[in-house]
Ligand binder design. Structure first.
Ligand code: ZN
Length: 326
């Protein structure tokens, strides 16, 4: 009770503190995304410029601020620094503030913060490298089970949503199981490249933290987000194909002039090359599923009870109407 009063009175200060903690954590997420795909340590060496390899001084390494102060360029070699770095820091900072506003300062708060940071790393590593870090998903499964054990002892009033180890274990088996089954069906029956074991381990870990219902809802949400985005992308590309070559050439020139990243350019190039290849690239390569799973998991983490209540109410309303049908 006293803690709740304290956080209520010092609400503004806590929001600032959570924002700063989130920005600093986001900075560490950037290190993970940059180094894990190459099997490098995230602790040493100190942060270096990826181009000139000069160490970055502490005053050039302040989350969010330094990128603007340096005007997105390395102090030593002047090479541009990607906007993704401050973006990751900002997203993590906002997620941390959202955790405070949603859950307050309860024993479960650190768990929610860590889960947010984990989803940020998963999202940006999958987007940049098309891999999902085992460094997060593999230890995440037993940690999620331990958190559920803690939840059984501390109870729901301490902010834990999963208060049964069986629920968490069900989440691991259901989450991992569904994606594994989908992957095997895609490979064996449809003879297409599957979803990959990164996604299997990811949803198993999400299930450990959010329970079996959470794993199921995360997959549903991820599928909805992914399909809506995929459809929009296909519509966008169809429209681009209809444009005349002259327009396309000018569009291409504009792209190279603007500060688009190299990856976006290569994506564009491969998307523009040939219609047959297009379908494969859309499904197989250019839309990783990890970010959608991470987004679905976060939506469920923040709004799970409301989503379930809405869904049950909707079902009850539908059932109610069937009563009146002949
Ligand atoms: Zn440099």
């Amino acid at each position: 009770m006293e803690l709740a009063e304290l956080t209520q009175e010092g609400r503004g200060i806590f929001i600032v503190l959570f924002f700063i903690l989130g920005a600093v954590t986001g900075s560490f997420c950037n290190v993970c995304v940059a180094r894990w795909p190459h099997g490098q340590s995230v602790i040493k060496p100190r942060s270096r410029c990826p181009k000139c390899l000069k160490p970055i001084a502490w005053y050039d390494n302040i989350p969010l601020i330094s990128w603007f102060v340096l005007r997105a360029r390395c102090r030593h070699c002047g090479q541009p620094i990607s906007f993704v770095y401050p973006l990751v820091e900002l997203i993590t900072a906002l997620l941390f503030v959202a955790v405070f506003l949603r859950f307050g300062l309860v024993p479960a708060t650190p768990v929610y913060l860590l889960f947010c940071a984990a989803m940020v790393v998963v999202t940006f590593q999958d987007l940049a490298d098309w891999t999902i870090p085992d460094e997060i998903t593999l230890p995440g499964i037993p940690i999620g089970l331990l958190v559920a054990l803690l939840g059984t002892f501390l109870g729901a009033e301490s902010g834990f949503r999963v208060t049964s180890v069986l629920d968490a274990l069900g989440g691991v088996l259901l989450g991992g199981g569904i994606i594994l089954a989908m992957d095997r069906i895609t490979v064996w029956v449809l003879r297409k490249p599957g979803m990959g074991f990164g996604d299997v381990k990811l949803l198993a870990m999400v299930g450990a933290f959010l329970g079996w219902l959470g794993a199921f809802a995360t997959l549903m949400l991820a599928s909805i987000f992914g399909s809506v985005f995929g459809l929009l992308l296909i519509m966008l590309m169809r429209r681009k194909q209809d444009t005349t070559p002259a327009q396309e050439a000018s569009a291409g020139r504009q792209t190279s002039e603007s500060s688009k990243t190299q990856k976006e350019k290569t994506d564009r190039k491969s998307l523009e090359s040939g219609e047959e290849e297009e379908e494969i690239t859309i499904e197989g390569h250019y839309l990783p599923f990890g970010p959608w799973l991470a987004l679905g998991a976060l939506v469920y983490m923040f709004f799970g009870p409301e989503l379930i209540a809405w869904y049950i109410h909707r079902g009850a309303v539908l059932q109610g109407t069937t009563v009146y049908l002949p």
